[in-house]
Ligand binder design. Structure first.
Ligand code: ADP
Length: 297
């Protein structure tokens, strides 16, 4: 089974002609509310593909929390690990201007109250997981505890987003670390070389057993410390309409296929097809494909 440990947010989206200056009020379009957050997105993406998936997350005892629980259930996610209460559900307040640029304020809310103790209390979920997938929209101490409680043989997939300095032991537990260009550059800083294979090599030197760099329309690059070298995995050519959530769909697909025992390069070849399918439709969770909607290789 796949266990996703991470965030669940309500995305509150309003279109505006322009953003308000300090002290100013502007009128916007009707409010649209979507379930989101990287953890919730990954769990929905995996379950929609057919993966047996559980989400360990925290939401508030409020309407946004119920929206998140409903969307997870509808996708077929095991919601028994979703904790309720302690703070309002996390929200992302998003304004979109006519050029399509987003301005976003995130209130982490209940996500910030997912504690290391919550991880320890979820031992049965961890015992059932072949792969655990985690991101950084929850407290770093909780991410560190997730890496610490893994049973031998359970694989950890980490997407370090939003980028943050990682606690000791987390990078070394990753197999793989999954980064886009921005995340790779922010982990490596000045040390980032010119090309993706340089980033992968430099990231491997920081301890993960394997690294996957996603490259948008270019697909992904895989580097594994056990085999050495790197493999380029091209993405199918598609007409991209909205890349929101593509990385989450990619990582969920990768984590699921690794849990089925596929080698890293093959699981990545499946994941790029899932990511490519997700960019052909609007939205995050709404854009995630079923297995039947993923293009044949
Ligand atoms: P993120 O969404 O985290 O920024 P990327 O932009 O690298 O990450 O996209 C993640 C994956 O989604 C890619 O590896 C690829 O499979 C797919 N993808 C993203 N953009 C495109 C695109 N324009 N065409 C085809 N596939 C894409």
């Amino acid at each position: 089974d796949l266990l996703v440990v991470g965030s669940a947010n309500a995305d509150l989206v309003v279109g505006v002609e322009r953003r308000p200056a300090p002290g100013e009020t502007v009128l916007g379009s009707d409010l649209v509310v979507h379930p989101g957050g990287k953890g919730a997105n990954q769990a929905v993406a995996a379950a929609r593909l057919g993966a047996r998936t559980a989400l360990l997350a925290r939401v508030g005892d409020d309407a946004h929390g119920r929206l998140l629980l409903d969307s997870q259930r509808e996708a077929g996610v095991d919601t028994g690990g979703i904790l309720v209460g302690g703070a309002p559900t996390g929200v992302a307040l998003i304004t979109v201007d006519p050029s399509g640029d987003n301005s976003i304020v995130v209130s982490p809310g209940a996500n910030a109250r997912l504690t290391p103790e919550d991880i320890r209390a979820a031992a049965p979920l961890f015992a059932a997981a072949r792969v655990v997938s985690v991101q950084l929209e929850i407290p770093l101490a909780t991410v560190a505890e997730t890496a610490r409680v893994l049973a031998p043989g359970t694989r950890l997939v980490l997407n370090p987003s939003p980028p943050a300095p990682l606690p000791d032991g987390v990078l070394a537990a990753c197999d793989p670390l999954v980064v886009n260009e921005h995340e790779a550059r922010s982990i490596l800083g000045e040390a980032a070389g010119p090309a993706p294979q340089d980033w992968a090599a430099a990231l491997l030197a920081q301890g993960p057993r394997s690294v996957v760099v996603t490259l948008g329309a270019e697909g992904a690059l895989v580097a594994d410390s056990r085999t050495g070298g790197h493999v380029r995995v091209p993405s199918p050519k598609v007409h991209a309409v909205d890349t929101t959530g593509a990385g989450d769909a990619f990582t969920a697909a990768l984590a699921w296929r690794l849990g089925l025992g596929e080698p890293l390069a093959e699981a990545t070849a499946f994941a790029v097809r899932v990511g490519a399918a997700a960019v052909t439709r609007e939205g995050a969770q709404a854009s995630f494909p079923t297995a039947g909607e993923v293009a044949a290789p």
